[in-house]
Write a protein that binds this ligand. Structure first.
Ligand SMILES: [Zn+2]
Length: 263
């Protein structure tokens, strides 16, 4: 699933293509997945921001188009067999491609996220101000495993399976540790590790896994997958100690870690 680095990369690539342009027509056949898109037709794109894994298109006349890429969604300049939505622009077309159809689009009045509860209750942006004291307090307030806490999106918005596993490896923390068991020094290491992993991943355009579903809008793959230390590396040697990487299910998701390096 696209996470913060993939969505941020998409944002950076789309903004210059769309800024100031009118969305003349938005064509699709699925009004339940792509809601109220008629309200965005004829409006211009003023800006494109990101919150967690959501893309927020600020439009003229006080409208906002919110897009969640789901498991396999992405924007493409070229039409694909899995193009679900076609955006007709003044100077061309843009497609929302989504083989598994978990992606969603909502058009709302700017900032009115009542229909999108997950967006309304996201935690802080880990590449924004991201102060340490509330992060530490949130960890200390929970008995849940660290991995589960990340997946809930309250500690930090936009972190999913890949980047939670990589940040926990970098911080040397076992994903099964309860949040409240962390010392302040360990929590600080995790806070730093999360930012460093995400910054590197954004700089490399995110991670394109072996299923190839995530691509940048111009069809270029991401580059961070080559830096994965644990994610998707079950049984392969840990880059730090050489021991085998383990995979467990935590909070229903495959979780990769080194039992020697992550205490
Ligand atoms: Zn190791």
């Amino acid at each position: 699933m696209p996470e913060l680095p993939e969505v941020e990369t998409t944002r950076r690539k789309l903004l210059p293509l769309l800024r100031g342009k009118a969305l003349l027509k938005i064509l699709h056949q699925d009004p339940l997945r792509y809601r109220n898109t008629g309200e965005a037709e004829g409006k211009r794109v003023l800006d494109l921001e990101r919150r967690g894994k959501f893309l927020l298109f600020a439009l003229t006349e006080g409208k906002e188009m919110v897009v969640h890429l789901g498991m396999t969604g992405g924007f493409r300049k070229e039409k694909t067999p899995h193009a679900r939505v076609e955006f007709v622009l003044e100077d061309g077309h843009l497609f929302f491609h989504d083989p598994r159809r978990f992606g969603r689009i909502w058009v709302v009045e700017r900032g009115a996220y009542g229909e999108i509860p997950l967006l309304a209750r996201l935690g802080p942006e880990p590449l924004g101000a991201f102060p340490f004291p509330p992060f530490y307090k949130a960890l200390k307030g929970s008995r849940k495993p660290l991995k589960a806490l990340f997946l809930e999106q309250r500690l930090a918005a936009g972190v999913g399976n890949i980047y939670a596993d990589e940040a926990l490896f970098r911080a040397g923390l076992n994903p099964l540790r309860p949040g409240q068991s962390l010392s302040e020094a360990e929590a600080f290491r995790l806070h730093q590790a999360l930012r460093s992993v995400l910054e590197e991943a954004v700089a490399l355009g995110g991670s394109t896994l072996s299923d190839k579903t995530y691509q940048q809008p111009d069809g270029v793959p991401g580059g961070f997958q080559a830096r994965h230390a644990v994610y998707g590396r079950k049984g392969l040697p840990c880059p730090r100690c050489g021991g085998p990487i383990l995979r467990l299910r935590v909070a229903g998701r495959g979780t990769h870690f080194c039992p020697r390096c992550q205490a």
